[in-house]
Unconditional design. Structure first.
Lengths: 230, 230, 230, 230
């Protein structure tokens, strides 16, 4: 995939995010990295979705410096590029303030795995970061947001756990491509909504049996996966 | 109804499911059985709804073996065919991960009958299956999902109770046709949403009087039914 | 307004109900009465909204007997005609199973007046009927549904309180015309949704001050009303 | 911006409010003030949004007296003009009965700052007014609604806190223009919805760290703001 194609994919992924109802105003951004993993294409900052074009997408290097594009990149760019530097298997990143996932981030609770919908996408509870310290907030805030995510993933693989909740902020979802990270952001919001309801019905709702978690994850993502088309 | 017509009906039923807002991403599948009850038409696995055609529907026999079609059938096919083998009166099956019905399945609670909306479609509380054992999960998982449903219906008639909640998973709805099973899936989600609210308002909300349950069910489905057109 | 015009208004009112998102499947019906108060136009039973025409509307007399129309009238017709017989000021009736209003009916709670949105439409808490007895349910169920509403309004004026919750069933809304009863059904659902949230936030949320209730109701419906255009 | 342009902006802002899903029936109104701060353009009272035109917007002076326009201005006009008289930095005002913000107003709770979505728009908890007294309600009700807002803002800057909840009533949002006040009304509803969920998950959910509140507010609104395009 060349850079022109990547611009098109990232633009389409940003518009898909809107189509799935995950965006209010201009909150939300999707990026993708090229095959050489040295250039990232990302949504411009604070631009309306109604006339977004591939040409408006901004190309930055892995330090977040603009390489191509007239517009400022998303203010969350330093978080995105840091994730690409540290997470080798990740080819796309989506950040949203989607209602239910953000609600868990605000309550500072990880998202428990209550069912197979969750297990189809996330191999276990979706982790919550620690809050940033005052110093981390006042200097290089967005890069440090990436740092607390990476810190939380010390023993977690972002490929089998393609989402995280940043405490007091909201979700980031990952994927092997920009489009795939949007799919995971959509799945995250759906399972967060159902987890909110599950907890409302029953504070002590049981977590999904670990063998069902394993089964559902494997049938979709494992070596012998048989979900979807070949 | 010949097989071509059944493909059309099943395709339309799958699209209706989307129209009723019960589908996120590609989660959800509808099937229907032919009059001879030896061939089942079902949605292909993991295919987008935006360009779904009757030709893409997959025809399988009652062992789930593909008889016609280029695509893989839904990964839930073994559940569907088992239900057709065991439930004589059932001509259509719909599986969704619709938000509120799945929430009850995750909380591992049956869906109580709180009102006449429920009684118009389901003759009593919508049952919850037991969880699958580790062995049932690791081997023939989808067929065993059907087995726990059938086990739960030992003393329940799937015609007067056209839905079930699979513990930790989500709902299956039945009907005399593919389209009718979609109607029941839509009704199930609506009454699940209202039951969530009813319980939130009042943990001890009274169940619907049994004579009202009987009356509403009968006026729509009984011998002297007078709801709808002749 | 002649009968042709009334058919058109009732048809449009039924479609507006759908446009406002208050209808699932075919649940919901609107009727209107003519100026002579001897003929009622009502939606046919169980007919889809996608191709509804004024010609399909059914004309019945005040006993619910079909006077004009090829289709069966709504199965709730006996409730509608009884309300017209007993409530002089009512020119239109809307019945729905809208989610939040029905939730209160299922929890068997009246809908408290928590704010001015409520006060703009309903002069006090929206009343709840008693449940029907077994005998009232088994014989003339729909007419008796009307009777328990009328019984509940012994000391309430349906003009200043144009809605009621039937226990274990759902809401009926009234108005001076079919269209006006739809407006009240929409307002009822909105205030029911906000009341659900208000109670979730605070079980002991205070009722709106009675002088604010009076003020809001009067500025919209009183002698010196100054809301809207002359 | 001349008065014709202001009419267009205010009309568009009212329609945007509908587009963002914040309006039920005709509940909601947006106004804007001219550069000389002596004329206010506001939505007419109780008029449908489906055929709203700039010509229908009403021009009033700072006493609320109609200067131009055939229609009655919004019944909330006295509140709007009082806010313009007292809040120098405010160029646009939006009033809605949006579901979640109104829910907090009805529960008579200020809206706590639980996350960065909130901090991006509102510098601290969104304040709640006191209820109006009986005398304030019976005479000059709408102007007094403005008075209790101004009273509540004695030590709050409406530029950094562009919203308020009127007890038992609903939200007003402010902005440097009509369009900007709509953006703040949309943000308010989103954060209110997430706050409802946050409290449901955890009654004791922690408030956002004050240094994160400061950071988010500053990066969007401070001297060194770097959100959006230059």
């Amino acid at each position: 995939m060349n850079l022109t194609e990547l611009r098109e994919e990232v633009c389409r992924a940003n518009l898909d995010l809107v189509g799935h109802g995950l965006v209010t105003l201009t909150w939300g951004n999707v990026s993708g990295i090229n095959d050489d993993r040295d250039l990232v294409v990302i949504k411009p900052s604070g631009v309306g979705y109604d006339r977004m074009t591939p040409e408006q997408m901004v190309v930055v290097d892995l330090d977040g410096k603009v390489v191509e594009g007239e517009l400022r990149p998303s203010s969350d760019t330093p978080t995105h590029v840091l994730l690409y530097r540290r997470f080798e298997g990740v080819g796309g990143v989506t950040h949203t303030h989607s209602r239910c996932a953000t609600t868990f981030a605000q309550a500072r609770m990880e998202l428990p795995c209550f069912g197979t919908t969750h297990a189809d996408h996330f191999f276990g509870p979706v982790p919550l970061t620690r809050p940033l310290s005052q110093r981390e907030t006042e200097t290089a805030y967005e890069a440090n947001t990436g740092e607390v995510i990476v810190e939380r993933f010390a023993e977690i693989d972002p490929v089998s756990m393609p989402a995280v909740l940043v405490a007091g902020h909201g979700p980031f979802a990952f994927g092997h491509s920009a489009g795939d990270s949007v799919v995971n952001a959509v799945a995250l919001e759906a399972v967060a909504e159902m987890a909110l309801g599950t907890i409302a019905l029953r504070r002590d709702a049981p977590r999904l049996e670990s063998y069902v978690l394993q089964k559902h994850y494997d049938r979709k993502h494992g070596a012998g996966a048989y979900y979807g088309q070949k």
